[in-house]
Write a protein that binds this ligand. Sequence first.
Ligand SMILES: NC(=O)c1ccc[n+]([C@@H]2O[C@H](COP(=O)([O-])OP(=O)(O)OC[C@H]3O[C@@H](n4cnc5c(N)ncnc54)[C@H](O)[C@@H]3O)[C@@H](O)[C@H]2O)c1
Length: 248
Amino acid sequence: MGRLEDKVAVITGAARGIGKATASLFAKEGARVAVIDILEREGSETVKQINKIVGENRALFIKADVSEEYYVKNMVNVVIKEFGKIDILVNNAAIQPVGTILDTDVETWDKVMKVNLRSAFLCCKYVVPFMIENRSGSIVNVASILGLRGGERIVAYATSKAGLIGFTKSLAEDLMQYNIRVNAVAPRAIDTEMFRFYRSEEEIKKRIGRYLFGRLGKPEEVAYTILFLASDEASYITGEVVVVGGYW
Ligand SMILES: NC(=O)c1ccc[n+]([C@@H]2O[C@H](COP(=O)([O-])OP(=O)(O)OC[C@H]3O[C@@H](n4cnc5c(N)ncnc54)[C@H](O)[C@@H]3O)[C@@H](O)[C@H]2O)c1
């Protein structure tokens, strides 16, 4: 029996990277998963791969920009229609433009807040009523180590992730009475397209000694942490932030 047997999970930004690893792992552990992303080709491919391994109709791709209310509402309606309930929500979709206060323009700042923070607010807003109905639910927000301690040339992203941590803790307080848990993971340096996009191979090699175990983390290593928090194994944990990758 899987660790998520009979559960339905919604995972945003699941076409690739950490979200994809999480969707695959959840499906292997018995969940039906809704893969949400703006990337249609990658999202459909992810679902195809999952269904090939665990069986038809275990995974569903829904194209949605989770920073927009209209798409989130629609996405939640589709999941309820297809799967009947939502037990787990993983708010994982994000973007990571680099910049200090001097070279971050207002449009970039607003976009980062919209995609990284408003999206989690919107997904929770439309998913939580269904969790309340079932008096059960688990939400995992994918924050970042940068949201805990800040970082160089990444002011908008780090601020959005700090906001997500505050959101996690506040929501945990409000939703405890309904038996809904809300936690966050804060990964450090994980080998995905997002991490590699602004960094050259040379820069990564130079920095690698500063990372835990002298290497980048794997998306699966974050996925296993999300799995634990999402599952009933973490039934007495809420409002927590789990760092994946060391914090020193
Ligand atoms: N990779 C790292 O080192 C690292 C470290 C700390 C935190 N994180 C966090 O982990 C999460 C996953 O990141 P990743 O490294 O897998 O990056 P990624 O870029 O590979 O994946 C992010 C996914 O989010 C999707 N997305 C972006 N905007 C969206 C929107 N508006 N609506 C729907 N989907 C959207 C993208 O299309 C992409 O598939 C993010 O929240 C990121 O901030 C990553």
